[in-house]
Design a protein around this ligand. Sequence first.
Ligand SMILES: [Fe+2]
Length: 397
Amino acid sequence: MAPVATETTTPAPAHPVVKPGPVTPVYPQEDANFKRPPANTLRRYEKAGIDISQGYPYLPNKPEFVQDVEKLQTNLRDFVDPGTRADPEKKALFGAAKEVRDLSIHVGTEIVGLQLSELNDKQRDELALLVAERSVVFFRDQDLSPQKQKELGVYLGDGEIEIHPQVPQVPGVPGVTLIWERAREYIVKDTRGFRNAYPSGSYGWHTDLVHLAFPPGYTHLHQDTVPEVGGDTLWASGYSAYDKFSPAFRRILDGLNGIYRSAHQYKDANDPSAPARHVHIVHPLVRTHPVTGFKTIFANRAMTVGIEGLDKAESDAILNHIHDVYEKSTDLQIRWKWTPGTSAMGVSWDNRTTIHTVSYDYEGKGERHGTRVSSLAEKPFFDPKSKSRREALGLDA
Ligand SMILES: [Fe+2]
């Protein structure tokens, strides 16, 4: 039986009562122009006022020709590395942290209890010095908007960050690029149907954007979404790779120029029907870091394709040895396990002195979404008077 209605003397409100509460934005349907970011990313974007309603991610128009890419960033200013201004003891930075701990002897440090968004300029200078010295620095539990991340990157790049001409970016914040792979998207199928995240035996070790005339130095990745398990990132130290070689071999390497190629391929404006090709540039194979003064190997298997003046067989032999030592020496590497959940984590690394790769093992365990800002640095140079890290620090004394 239906309950008997009872009379009430309370008058009905003249207008419906609207209770205040969170507003759920309406997003477009998923299609070629809109992929829905992970939940943690959405929360971060909403807090930062990032508007993705016009499409996600933002994809700039790709440069078409080799000649267009060669023109990029060839006329930059003299770069002053913020690390050169820093207090060598880093008192402002370390004084604000709860804990600073090295993760291995040669590479990698974690700073605990510090928000990157709140650093003052003195602390930013000291952060640059720390990254220059330790090559990779990690920060947990970071609340960092894309806009603040860009601001830090512009500071560390002495006013310039890489505005990538073709990779996905955060809408409305040019230069904040996305590192985003949904589960299994990273696996490449070759013509035989063979599935491998890293075909050609390269294992993914690389340095970002080496084909630029002024390649990035300090680089910051903010991971706002990570898989439950897996997706670790690895870095290796070019300072320590150089230190692994005999003094006689180092003398052979010092002063050589490597030939570097772009990750992407482009058409030739003078012969548009020819197959697309990479952009090439020459940089010192051993470069000197402007802050530490240490020599570092500047080579990676994916993009260093030759040595100027040497026959192919000669440069292949030398480069393969360099790559083998750099990629396979566990004592000069660090492997970082991201923490799943709602906390976001950041890492700053020096693109001048490291190679990095990711462990693509999280098939079916979620996705990886992060934003990266690459601060541009100096034109790579080699100072014959500079020393190796071990020599400069007296580690062999
Ligand atoms: Fe990379």
